[in-house]
Design a protein around this ligand. Structure first.
Ligand code: SF4
Ligand code: SF4
Length: 70
């Protein structure tokens, strides 16, 4: 069954430039699916539970997140 999920482009993601190294996209996800284990690290997504709402896409100042179809 086709679905959609958020993907992080690690070439664009620059957590050091986000406020205090905290991922704005991770904070924006209503389901808390983007997990940033430590400040200044890129977030990891959870494709199984992502609902492709796009909140994380809009929150990222570097356009590092996109919604992919699979
Ligand atoms: S995904 Fe975007 S908001 Fe999150 S750490 Fe990377 S650049 Fe910052
Ligand atoms: S698209 Fe929505 S549900 Fe999926 S990771 Fe981003 S904010 Fe969370």
């Amino acid at each position: 069954m086709p679905g959609k999920m958020a993907m992080v482009d690690f070439n664009k993601c620059n957590p050091a430039s986000c406020a205090n190294g905290v991922c704005a996209a991770a904070q924006a996800c209503p389901r808390k699916l983007l997990v940033q284990e430590n400040p200044r690290e890129p977030p990891m997504t959870n494709p199984a539970l992502c609902r492709a709402c796009g909140d994380c896409v809009r929150a990222c100042p570097h356009n590092a997140i996109s919604i992919m179809q699979f």
